[in-house]
Design a protein around this ligand. Structure first.
Ligand code: ADP
Ligand code: MG
Length: 654
């Protein structure tokens, strides 16, 4: 039974400019059970020949039958599968994976065999026992001597019950004692029926072989069989070869491999996870701030009702007969009564006199917003006191010193929100006021705490506290059945008339519709959240590019590992998936941590800055999908690069 048949095998390396012919037509037959030693000067082509025999490299010309199968036309993936099933390789450099234990190294080829069938492969522990490493199973390569490492490599080559073992100078890196041990193990394996082809420099070792071939300048120049070779009667299983490409059952192994390599390179993994985490966390928290602001603005605006007109003095443009020519129009207390009487369709009017005041009680001192308002304010702005009462029109005209407090003010002055201050006296800008009510809780409107204010009668505010004779502005509520536009125009005209402005000077007073204001505010809010989203998106993109960078480094760092995995039977898809899964795992881990940190950040922002934030399910799903997607996109490129590496070139990489 012939394990190997070569006819006219040639190999030429194609370099950039020149072709380097290395093998010039090799004819060779190797029978099952032989122990072939290949000798020759350095550079004569021994390794090239062995790599082709071991299916790690392809011939340029000629026929190659492995166990009767013509393999020279096989695809890369088919060759990977053949390597895994029928070939064991022992390298001069051992090529063990440093992050794995001896036992894991020995078991590695099983992953790529596509079959978990116990009968198809040897027991890895028994193999380690066989090579005398029973008590070293959990050691890693760097804890072992060269001889021990090579013994692990031999055990690995045996795991899938190979038809033939190729060894390229297996003792080249070992001292004499280890060399003896290794060659004896190989000898024993050969006696048990395994075909061995070994390249060696050392003439002594040919004594162990049953046949010695000498190669010179790419040709076989001598071929001597020695004593005592009996052809093995071991059954050849190669005929049953079927190529199995990708199988779902390997996915679990990909995850195991990926997590191994992530755990094995902790620093690198932590940094990449950190990159994604920061991206996702900022995406989540920025979206939370954005949507929170939008919601708060919408709620607040909706609470005002759409039948509200805001009246503000504008700037007069042209001269007139008025004493106020060329100056701002001023709104006075009298305007409220005048408009109520002369403009039809008005349901309520409140003037405003605003300012900041110092509130003092019981030794506590607090600075807050003051609003002097009319009685209508209570119903127009949904501000019926939660306890106590609103002030009356009489109290307003008599400039009574009564005040309503917002919840935040109660808490700051009296120490607790639950304190009932009604009837108590507080000093506002050194004037004594009696508290008559507490304002209903409004919450925060994005950036401003609506409960952080005090309200008092308009006249009291104007004449006693702020010391002003005019209003800041007015809100006018229009009757449900009235035409907003018409009422708005009438108000403008009436004010121009009473203040003796030119009727065409419409910019002297500005009357704005609540619906308009609502629109501007919500479009501002959505522009704001879009901006925040864009910033977060960019940070995630930067994180993704960081991952790609790290993946590229990892690919080039681990080129040797990729080469070895391919040598023992991993195909392109196996390598591709391992790397993609690594980056997806990194991104998902970063994604989940980012979501936690982002949500935490959003809560912290709302606690510290008092802004409304809202973490939506949508933003979580978006961030998570996006991070997984980043992992996929930015992982694919380096992974593809890794998967396309030629095994023998990858192995040579350092
Ligand atoms: P040996 O193992 O007998 O020392 P090799 O098979 O490694 O020799 O190399 C034989 C010849 O092929 C050498 O001249 C070497 O420079 C050349 N060679 C080997 N590998 C490559 C390659 N990848 N590209 C170009 N030339 C190569
Ligand atoms: Mg060599």
């Amino acid at each position: 039974m012939k394990v190997i048949e070569l006819k006219g095998l040639k190999k030429t390396y194609h370099l950039e400019k020149i072709d380097v012919p290395v093998l010039h037509g090799i004819d060779l037959e190797i029978n099952q059970g032989e122990f072939v030693a290949i000798m020759g000067h350095s550079g004569s082509g021994k390794s090239t020949l062995l790599n082709i025999l071991g299916l790690l490299d392809k011939s340029s010309e000629g026929s190659f039958k492995l166990a009767g199968i013509e393999v020279s036309k096989y695809t890369d993936n088919e060759l990977a599968s053949l390597r895994n099933r029928y070939i064991g390789f022992i390298f001069q450099q051992f090529n063990l994976l440093t992050k794995l234990t001896a036992l894991e190294n020995v078991s590695l080829p099983v992953i790529y065999s596509g079959s978990k069938d116990e009968k198809k492969h040897e027991n890895p522990k028994k193999l380690l026992e066989l090579v005398g490493l029973k008590d070293r199973m959990d050691h890693r390569p760097n804890e072992m001597s060269g001889g021990q490492q090579q013994r692990v490599a031999i055990a690995r080559s045996l795991i899938n019950k190979p038809l033939v073992i190729f060894a390229d100078e297996p003792t080249g890196n070992l001292d004499t004692k280890s060399t003896k041990e290794i060659i004896n193990i190989l000898k024993k394996l050969n006696e048990s029926g395994i075909t061995i082809v070994m390249v060696t420099h050392e003439p002594d070792l040919t004594a162990y072989a049953t046949r010695t071939i000498t190669v010179q300048d790419g040709l076989i120049v001598s071929d001597q069989s020695s004593n005592g070779f009996k052809e093995s009667k071991k059954k050849n299983n190669a005929q049953s070869f079927t190529h199995k490409a990708f199988s779902i059952s390997r996915i679990k192994d990909y995850f195991i491999q990926a997590s191994r390599s992530l755990v094995g390179n902790k620093m690198r993994s932590v940094l990449s996870i950190l990159g994604v985490m920061i991206g996702v966390a900022s995406l989540i928290s920025m979206l939370a701030v954005g949507t929170g602001a939008q919601k708060a603005i919408e709620e607040q605006v909706a609470g005002l009702g759409s039948n509200l007109l805001m009246v503000r003095p504008g700037m007069a443009q042209s001269g007139g007969i008025s004493a106020e020519t060329g100056s701002r129009m001023r709104l006075y207390h009298e305007d409220i009564e005048d408009l109520r009487r002369n403009v039809p369709g008005i349901a309520g009017i409140t003037g405003y006199a605003n300012g900041r005041v110092q509130v003092v009680a019981g030794g506590r001192n607090y600075n807050t917003r003051m609003e002097g308002v009319s009685v209508d304010y209570s119903q127009m702005r949904n501000s019926v006191p939660s306890s106590g009462r609103f002030f009356t029109e009489l109290e307003n005209t008599e400039k009574k010193r009564v005040v309503l407090l917002g919840k935040t003010v109660v808490k700051e002055i009296f120490g607790s929100e639950d304190f009932n201050p009604i009837g108590e006296y507080v000093k506002i800008n050194r004037i004594d006021f009696q508290v008559i009510g507490i304002l209903p809780i409004k919450g925060s409107s994005g950036f401003r705490d609506e409960d952080d204010k005090v309200i008092m009668p308009l006249n009291t505010a104007m004449y006693r506290v702020a010391g002003m004779d005019h209003l800041d502005n007015m809100d006018i509520q229009v009757k449900e059945d009235a035409d907003m536009q018409e009422v708005s125009e009438r108000i403008t005209q009436r004010l121009l008339f009473t203040h003796r402005f030119d009727p065409s000077d419409v910019s002297a007073v500005r009357v704005r519709n609540m619906a308009e204001i609502q629109e501007t505010m919500s479009s501002m809010a959505s522009a704001f959240s879009l901006l925040l989203g864009a910033i977060a998106f960019i940070s995630l993109l930067v994180g993704g590019i960081g991952i790609m960078n790290i993946m590229f480094v990892s690919v080039s760092e681990r080129t040797k590992e990729i080469g070895l995995r391919k040598a023992i039977g991993a195909n392109n898809a196996d390598i591709l998936f391992q790397f993609i899964i690594e980056s997806i795992v990194v991104c998902c881990a970063g994604g989940i941590m980012g979501i936690l940190f982002g949500a935490g950040g959003a809560i912290a922002i709302s606690k510290i800055a008092g802004w409304t934030t809202s973490v939506t399910l949508f933003s979580i799903v978006l961030a998570f999908c996006f991070s997984a997607f980043t992992g996929l996109i930015f992982g694919v490129w380096p992974a593809r690069k890794a998967s396309l590496l030629n095994p023998i070139e990858a192995l040579r990489h350092d």
